[in-house]
Ligand binder design. Structure first.
Ligand code: F0G
Length: 345
């Protein structure tokens, strides 16, 4: 049975026998072949991080961050979040039996994620600000109120998240040519690069992949090379103008010979629709990685082999789909009435 990322990758993580392992058996997520890629011409795999306990990749980092917080005797944890970090931090804190506070941009978090935080009994504090200011506040609050900050500025988060890179290499038996990753606060792309670099140094892989960091056009500071004051995108998870792991992300792109690119909200929604039609429902931010690869394809320069990281589940943000969904009017419950609908035309 899969034992969670700390036990599976203990030798690569900052834990000792004295670290109390707080886990929900995260990791071990599916790597699925995408059907949309042209067969024989291109291989696209989807790393489905929705398979984690709270439905996003954050759980990989949170098992390590919360375990280390408990080891250090923290009286509680705090984070700023566009939703997924909050859902994950609150779950792992609840598991550990310690309180969790989450600072969120008012109106900037999708419903499913808010519901998760509430279910895990987090203290939810909406602020009249975007994510960047919320993170500034969380840093100060952690210090003032002696709480462990579990945003990705906490190195234990990145240590846990790098295990996704290990898993990809373990499953393929090598590193892929390229990996496309949605980028918001830029912790995850930094963690992936750390993971590939460590496996390379340990001679587990012969070469490291090229990283493609994908941002939403209206929230693309790393593409523009400067902070964005009032970031805007339908992909609320990555609505971030001042990424905390800026340097780590730039290093990952430079050292891997990759690139940052941006995609429009329309391209994100089209990619989300495409994935839905092959049975994989992701939230908009996650579809950005696929939208990025499709953009490169249109420009005639897509990698022949790429893993797209699908960071979070579609159920977290039902409104995005609901707004475009039109249910037909109810009909009588008879075969005659439903028959016309069953011709599948
Ligand atoms: N995809 C999803 C679904 C996310 O929730 C996030 C970040 C990212 C991608 C980007 O990852 O920040 O490491 O570059 N969500 C954070 C949060 C900001 O608060 O849940 P990143």
């Amino acid at each position: 049975m899969w034992r969670g990322v700390i036990e599976e990758y203990r030798a690569h993580l900052p834990v000792t026998v004295r670290t109390p392992v707080v886990t929900l058996l995260e990791g071990g997520t599916p790597l699925i072949t995408a059907r949309f890629a042209a067969p024989g011409r291109r291989q696209v795999w989807l790393k489905c991080e929705a398979g984690n306990p709270t439905g996003s990749f954050k759980d990989r980092g949170m098992t390590v961050a919360v375990s280390k917080a408990v080891e250090a005797g923290a009286r509680g944890v705090i984070c700023a979040s566009t939703g997924n970090t909050a859902a994950s931090a609150s779950a792992y804190a609840a598991r550990a039996g310690i309180p969790c506070a989450v600072i969120i941009p008012a109106g900037g978090v999708a419903l499913g994620k808010l519901v998760q935080g509430a279910a895990h009994a987090a203290v939810i504090i909406p602020v009249e600000a975007g994510f960047d200011a919320a993170l500034d506040l969380a840093r100060k609050a952690a210090e003032r109120f002696k709480l462990a900050l579990v945003n990705s500025v906490n190195p234990h988060r990145l240590a846990g998240q790098k295990t996704a890179a290990f898993e990809i290499c373990d499953v393929l038996g090598r590193a892929p040519e390229a990996v496309a990753i949605p980028v918001g606060n830029a912790g995850n792309i930094t963690a992936y690069w750390k993971g590939f670099t460590e496996y390379h140094a340990a001679r587990r892989i012969a070469a490291r992949p090229r990283l493609i960091g994908v941002q939403a056009e209206g929230a693309s500071p790393l593409v523009q090379g400067r902070p964005v004051e009032d970031p805007q995108t339908i992909a609320s998870a990555i609505r971030i103008g001042r990424p905390a792991s800026w340097e780590g992300a730039v290093r990952a792109i430079e050292e891997s010979g990759g690139e940052f690119l941006s995609v429009t909200d329309e391209e994100i929604l089209a990619a989300q629709t495409l994935l839905g039609r092959e049975g994989i429902f992701v939230e908009p931010a996650s579809a950005a990685s696929v939208a990025g690869v499709l953009k490169l394809e249109r420009e005639g320069r897509a990698p022949t082999e790429v893993v797209c990281i699908l960071t979070g589940h579609g159920l977290k943000d039902p409104a995005v789909i609901e707004n475009r969904m039109r249910l037909p009017a109810p009909v009588k419950p008879t075969l005659e009435a439903i028959g016309p609908r069953l011709t599948f035309q």
